[in-house]
Design a protein around this ligand. Structure first.
Ligand code: PLP
Length: 237
């Protein structure tokens, strides 16, 4: 390893230890087992070399939000034992491409996307795990996601689609809202979903700024970018 690679590896190791400490403290406060929480490193805007370093530090799950960036990165890291999560808003015409490398699509928020992902998964002869992205924004036109009332219908479509598997729900806390309130609402939606689909156990909630509230509200998956990798130079939603 060159000097700069070694320095970056040390920085990522420090960040990871700090994040793991935060998760452990949040679990202790909530009486939860940290082993039941999956940490997803959201590597958007960071190079494949960072993904490789994180894999060397024990990270097994990575998240990306743009197909143009994720596809080549996943290809460069194809030798690593990683689970790839697609967490960004997904255009229907990109669904087939994403189905070729993603293991989990967390941002399923409309029926047309379900059919496009199903077609892509069948064509690629893969099984894609899908989470229903729920909008917790009281005002319409937020950052994507289905309205809570649409969740049962979408979940049923996913559960019945060839090549797809229903995993659970995902949400981003609305800007300016109390994340704890948003994640409590998500937990209720997830409980209703599990009543109909017991296999749909995933609750993907919590980012760098609100992972504690997410753990307190039962999150099973945390999507952490900034706290692990550092600040992103461009605003990438
Ligand atoms: C970028 C992103 C994250 C990570 O956010 P940080 O605040 O950097 O931890 C999580 N989820 C989604 C959907 C994202 O787009």
């Amino acid at each position: 390893m060159g000097v700069s690679t070694t320095a970056r590896a040390g920085e990522l190791a420090d960040n990871l230890a700090f994040v793991r400490g935060r998760i452990a403290a949040a679990c202790a406060a909530a009486g939860r087992d940290p082993a039941k929480i999956t940490l997803i490193a959201v590597t958007k805007t960071f190079p494949a070399s960072d993904v490789r370093l994180l894999a060397g530090l024990g990270i097994a799950e990575v998240g990306e939000n743009r197909d143009q960036e994720a596809a080549p990165k996943a290809a460069e890291c194809a030798d690593l034992p990683l689970t790839w999560h697609f967490v960004g808003q997904l255009q229907t015409n990109k669904a087939r491409a994403v189905a070729a490398y993603a293991d989990v699509v967390q941002s399923v928020d409309r029926a047309r996307l379900v059919s496009a992902l199903s077609a892509g998964a069948v064509r690629a002869e893969r099984t894609l795990r899908c989470l229903v992205q729920v909008s917790l924004d009281e005002r319409p036109g937020g950052r994507g996601g289905a309205a809570p009332a649409e969740v049962p219908g979408l979940a049923g479509l996913i559960a019945g689609a060839d090549g797809l598997e229903l995993g659970g729900v995902m949400a981003v806390a609305p800007q300016g809202a109390d994340p704890a309130r948003a994640f409590e609402r998500l937990a209720r939606i997830a409980a209703d979903l599990r009543a109909a689909h017991p296999e749909a156990t995933a609750i993907s909630a919590g980012m760098s700024g609100d992972l504690e509230q997410a753990v307190a509200c039962g999150a099973t998956h945390l999507r952490i970018g900034t706290a692990l990798l550092g600040g992103r130079s461009a605003i990438v939603r």
